[in-house]
Design a protein around this ligand. Structure first.
Ligand SMILES: [Fe+2]
Length: 261
């Protein structure tokens, strides 16, 4: 039986149920994407939420997320993004909030979660301690491994966005070279679909559950593509299949604000 993971990312929720960002009511778009993700005939194994959980960093935002994920009755794992407050996450998400480096074993796969957020910064970083701990985990168990983090560890050919990836992403890529059992690096942050290969390792970004950034854009630019999520199917032999699924239509369109949000 393969593992079926749902990756939802960049929720940008608010404590206020009606809170909007760039014209999108982010709780509404998150709920629509979650409903779509859960509606498939194939039973999901777990949900991964890859950062930028709560935009206004409020306890109410995190508590709403905890209750909503709990209602799915699925294991769920949350990593921090640049818009998160790690202390509030730990306090209000409970065991769903993963720390600096966390390992969850799911059947024949290892899922590893890294906190790439840096307090007060938009870009990400992995500390030497995190990379060493990750290397130790990878040496202890050579099962096929998928690694999840918020920031992109490789350039995505979008100049403004590439100023705020993992600033030492090349060290994570070097680790992939030394550990061919890393089968996927999966991230959020970029608010767009991204798919590349580094050797046998899949490098995967996903659309946001709210608004999207225009792929390949030199400067900040919004894209009208609907909200979505990524699905990963992990097979016992270490191979995987993946696809991005979007809402067919979402009533709210994002505001095309210039310069940022
Ligand atoms: Fe985000």
């Amino acid at each position: 039986m393969p593992i079926r993971l749902l990756q939802l990312t960049d929720l940008h929720l608010f404590g206020d149920p009606h809170g909007q960002l760039l014209g999108i009511t982010t709780r509404g778009s998150f709920e629509a994407v979650l409903e779509l993700a859960l509606s498939s005939d194939a039973q999901p194994s777990a949900i991964v939420v890859s950062g930028d959980l709560v935009h206004d960093e409020t306890p109410a935002g995190y508590r709403y997320l905890r209750e909503t994920l709990k209602r799915t009755d699925l294991p769920h794992y949350c990593v921090a993004g640049n818009h998160d407050d790690v202390g509030l996450m730990q306090e209000h998400l409970g065991s769903a909030a993963l720390g600096s480096v966390a390992l969850r074993r799911l059947r024949s796969w290892n899922l590893v979660f890294l906190d790439s957020s840096v307090s007060g910064q938009e870009g990400g970083h992995l500390t030497a301690a995190q990379l060493n701990q990750l290397q130790d985990l990878l040496e202890e168990n050579r099962a096929p491994t998928a690694i999840f983090l918020h920031h992109h560890p490789v350039p995505i050919q979008s100049a403004w966005m590439d100023t705020m990836g993992v600033d030492n992403g090349s060290e994570l890529i070097a680790l992939c070279d030394r550990n061919p059992h890393i089968k996927a690096l999966v991230f959020g942050h970029i608010h767009q679909s991204f798919s590349a290969k580094h050797g046998e390792c899949s490098i995967l970004g996903a659309p946001s559950t709210c608004f999207q950034f225009l792929s390949g854009s030199k400067d900040f630019a919004i894209d009208d593509s609907p909200p979505g999520y990524r699905e990963l199917t992990l097979y016992p032999d270490g191979s995987l299949a993946t696809k991005v699924v979007r809402l067919e239509h979402y009533a709210e369109l994002p505001l095309h604000q210039v310069g940022g949000y």
